[in-house]
Ligand binder design. Structure first.
Ligand SMILES: O=P(O)(O)OC[C@H]1O[C@](O)(CO)[C@@H](O)[C@@H]1O
Length: 398
């Protein structure tokens, strides 16, 4: 066997029958990624309770900060994007996700740094926590109990929210996100209240139920999304900033769980360039019969195609002064659906539901999270074990 291919096993072509057999699903998911993903609602409740026990009130002493930096990598880094989108455009201070070690050069005593790491030992979060302490910035840390991150927080006399480490970081998005939001609430930057948390948890529970392994593909939105994506190159575009966070999250999970290459981002930005993908070799060119002179012997029997997943968020409050941007976003989303249809590119749409930004985000994340796992399972891949990530850590000595 070639070096580096030890973990490369599975089926190149997805096997739909695996998804309709709960025993086969369980056999291909020995680590329990489906179970961990189904705990999202419980993660919200548990992390809210843990944050309530931490001394977040310490943060209030010096009033509103100049800026908030959320430091972490991977899923921990995504929590910063979630905070930025839940805080929204009217947030009175800049909310800045930061994904490299240390903190930006301008961070000082007037700022707050939230360091996040599921393991409590990523160099990015640790470096940021230490730098924040050195510079006299207020620090909050979120991560595994009894970790290096907890030690740094204790040295800095900073609040630490101990998030139990039961699952890989990417299956702990909600456990890591809620303490970040509640720290920001203490600083007066977001309005997430107890009802929002309860409703978000309930929605995550309900979506986990719809996506359970015993629900067959025709009634299970995650299985049908996964099967639609099988063999394709997924493009995931979010119609709004909130939906774009969900789109990037789907890019993370499709890559790590299902090992699919993904184009993910904001529809607004895509509309000025990347939407051209729909015209290309994996889009319109492969779908159309335009090439009437093509030699049938040279036509690939089952060519790779794009599959568009559009995450749409019609917004919360059409009456306020964000009405016009929302209308633009809706028109763009309609337009890209029309473009895809005209070219024969298949498109799935997930539409946000719920009464708060957090719940709406949850409604766009839950089904795609499960779909990424079902797609891995259909290919016979263990969604939990990602040999390339382990090997990368070994080779780069991290
Ligand atoms: O949250 P942590 O433990 O700092 O890890 C950061 C990232 O590194 C990984 O463990 C991969 O090395 C991701 O799964 C994770 O999101």
């Amino acid at each position: 066997m070639m070096d580096g291919t030890a973990g490369v096993s599975g089926r190149r072509v997805a096997d739909e029958s695996i998804l309709d057999d709960p025993d086969a699903v369980a056999a291909h998911d020995p680590g329990g990624m489906l179970r961990f993903t189904a705990s999202a609602g419980a993660q919200v409740r548990e992390s809210a309770a843990l944050a309530a026990e931490a001394n977040l009130a310490l943060l209030e002493d010096e009033g509103r900060p100049r800026a908030v930096v959320i430091a972490g990598i991977g899923t921990a880094g995504r929590t910063g994007d979630v905070l930025a989108t839940v805080a929204g455009p009217r947030c009175p201070v800049p909310v800045i996700p930061h994904r490299s070690a240390g903190v930006p050069g301008w961070v000082g005593a007037a700022d707050v740094v939230i360091a996040v790491s599921a393991s409590g030992r990523s160099p990015e979060a640790l470096g940021a926590a230490e730098a924040a302490h050195r510079r006299g910035a207020r620090l909050v840390a979120v991560g595994a109990p009894d970790s290096q991150l907890q030690s740094v927080a204790e040295r800095a006399r900073a609040p630490f929210i101990p998030v139990p480490r039961r699952a890989p970081a990417r299956a702990s998005l909600w456990a890591l996100t809620v303490p970040v939001l509640l720290a920001a609430r203490t600083l007066g930057l977001v309005k997430v209240n107890e009802a929002d948390l309860a409703e978000t948890a309930a929605r995550l529970d309900a979506d986990a139920d719809r996506c359970r392994s015993t629900a067959e593909s025709f009634v299970n939105p995650a299985k049908s999304l996964a099967l639609g994506l099988a063999g394709s190159i997924p493009i995931v575009w979010g119609s709004s900033p909130l939906a774009t966070v969900a789109a990037r999250r789907f890019g993370d999970t499709l890559s790590a769980n299902a090992r699919y290459p993904v184009v993910a981002g904001a529809l607004g930005e895509a509309g000025r360039g990347r939407v051209g993908l729909l015209d290309g070799v994996f889009g319109g060119l492969v779908e159309s019969t335009r090439d009437i002179f093509a030699d049938p012997d040279e036509v690939e029997p089952d060519p790779t195609r794009l599959r568009l997943v559009l995450l749409r968020d019609g917004g919360l409050n059409a009456d306020d002064d964000t009405d016009e941007p929302l209308a633009v976003e809706e028109r763009r989303a309609d337009a890209v659906q029309t473009l895809a249809e005209r070219r024969g590119v298949r498109c799935d749409v997930v539409t946000a539901e719920g009464g708060s930004a957090l719940e709406r985000l949850a409604s766009l994340v839950a089904v795609p999270d499960f779909a990424s796992i079902y797609l891995a399972l259909a290919h016979g891949l263990d969604p939990m074990a990602v040999p390339a990530v382990t090997e990368m850590k070994e080779l780069s000595n991290q």
